[in-house]
Design a protein around this ligand. Structure first.
Ligand SMILES: [Zn+2]
Length: 292
């Protein structure tokens, strides 16, 4: 719904919105028979929408609300708070990426509702227990009710997810999804074979299976614990020429080479596998300069 042009033929919905608007702003009970739209009323209505949109855009964290899909869950106050805080975390993450020039591009489901997944391939999980327990919970199977069958979820869901962010506003970690899948595979083989990680069964509703990773392991295997640094790392390129690969195009050994003579790699290991050696110039891999 957009603004209404008072000189156009109004649609049935336009009449409904104006009628509601009048009841809402006047605070009096008007029957539809006695309702008379006027140009000034339409102008007030349009101004109201503009103001609403402006406030909304400037503070999405508070204005956007998660839609409760009315599935058969316990609608406790706790659950609702959790849904809201989780949603706020998602919006916050999106905005942090946006501030770095990256749009996650959310997918919507058939009904046009937010699905929590995006074109970028980042899964966003809010974990409230980290501060209290020092552990992150990584889910791999879920069910809606105790009686239902388990279905793959979380890291075992087959989708475009490449990266995982989990935690809260104060403390979070960004992982390669494949690294989390590796831990899962190791735990399956040897349940106590990965110190700092173990399977747990969520006790409350019996609707989630997962494993935990303690903070030390999280710190050591994550790509980063800040969004800014994560973006720098994943957007880093490697420049190969001759026998060596370089961390920046402006390295003194390749700065004067033509673009045609340089092979670019997104991943340092790929450059190594292709047979290149790491450049030994002092500042070639330092972080304080953007890639040239
Ligand atoms: Zn170099």
């Amino acid at each position: 719904m957009g603004e209404i042009n008072p000189r156009d033929k109004l649609s049935s919905e336009d009449y409904l919105y104006l009628y509601w608007f009048e009841k809402f702003t006047d605070g009096v009970e008007i029957e539809y028979e006695n309702f008379q739209p006027t140009e000034s009323m339409i102008n007030r209505f349009n101004a109201y929408i503009q103001e609403w949109n402006k406030r909304f855009a400037s503070d999405r964290i508070h204005y956007e609300k998660p839609v409760d899909w009315d599935v058969n869950r316990q609608k406790t106050g706790y659950f609702k708070d959790k849904l809201q805080v989780g949603h706020e975390f998602e919006i916050w993450v999106e905005e942090q990426f946006m501030a770095e020039g990256i749009e996650l591009k959310n997918y919507l489901d058939e009904k046009g509702q937010y699905t929590g997944e995006n074109e970028f391939g980042l899964e966003i999980k809010h974990d409230t227990k980290l501060a209290e327990t020092g552990n992150l919970y990584i889910e791999y199977e879920e069910r809606l009710k105790r009686e239902n069958k388990w279905v793959r979820s979380g890291i075992l869901k087959d989708d475009n997810t490449k990266y995982w962010i989990i935690g809260s506003f104060d403390e979070y970690y960004l992982f390669n999804k494949s690294d989390l899948c590796n831990i899962y595979a190791k735990l399956l083989k040897t349940p106590h074979g990965y110190p700092g990680c173990r399977f747990v069964r969520e006790k409350g509703n019996g609707t989630s299976k997962g494993f935990i990773i303690n903070r030390d392991i999280a710190s050591s295997i994550c790509i980063s614990n800040t969004i800014n640094d994560f973006i720098n790392k994943i957007s880093k390129k490697y420049f190969a020429n001759g026998y060596y690969y370089h961390g920046k195009r402006s390295c003194k050994y390749i700065v004067n080479k033509s673009d045609d003579s340089i092979t670019i790699f997104d991943d340092e290991n790929e450059a190594k596998q292709a047979g290149y050696k790491k450049c030994t110039a002092d500042d070639c891999f330092s972080e304080n300069e953007k890639n040239g």
